[in-house]
Design a protein around this ligand. Sequence first.
Ligand code: SF4
Length: 205
Amino acid sequence: MENVYVYEFGDSLYFNLTNRCPNNCEFCLRHFKEGVSGNRLWLTKEPALDELMNQLSKFTLSKYKEAVFCGFGEPTCNLEMLLKIAAYLKEKGCKTRLNTNGLGNLVNDGKDVAKLIAPYIDCVSISLNASTVEGYDKICHSRFGAGAFEAMLQFTRDCVAAGIDTTMSVVDVIGREEIEKCEKVVKSTGAKFRVREIIDENTEY
Ligand code: SF4
């Protein structure tokens, strides 16, 4: 079966660049599903540029509201491909969005990912998931441990400072009190805040 690197979902075009991720979130869609919208998103290999461009050529870019870099995995784990494709899409006049766990700097050995993506990515959506270091660790089980939470907040601040339209989100099952605490954390970063449904297929995972 062919690896799915590009697929249509709703009125947007989605990019599946990697299955790698430094987290293992309790609610991750990957625990429950093989993919989205009839597309199997587990990859046997990450895309080479020509493979991805070949799949992309089958879609009419102007048809879509936006191009979205999303799971099945953390897109910044394949930063090189993300930058190449985002630059191409931008040149073609697409609106671009990155759904991320915000750990790109840690994954990429301290690179300033916000600065690198800023020329090509219009919107960034970051999964906050919890209002504290401990809460985040309990839900997301990051391989970066306690450092993950602050790194995610710093990445968010960096995206805001870089002029990217930046949103942090939480899932709706964490309870009203925790949602309010998360909202305060988000306000401190300068990002927008959004509460999303737990199975909000393919928005973040
Ligand atoms: S929800 Fe996102 S960050 Fe969490 S394990 Fe799944 S792909 Fe990784």
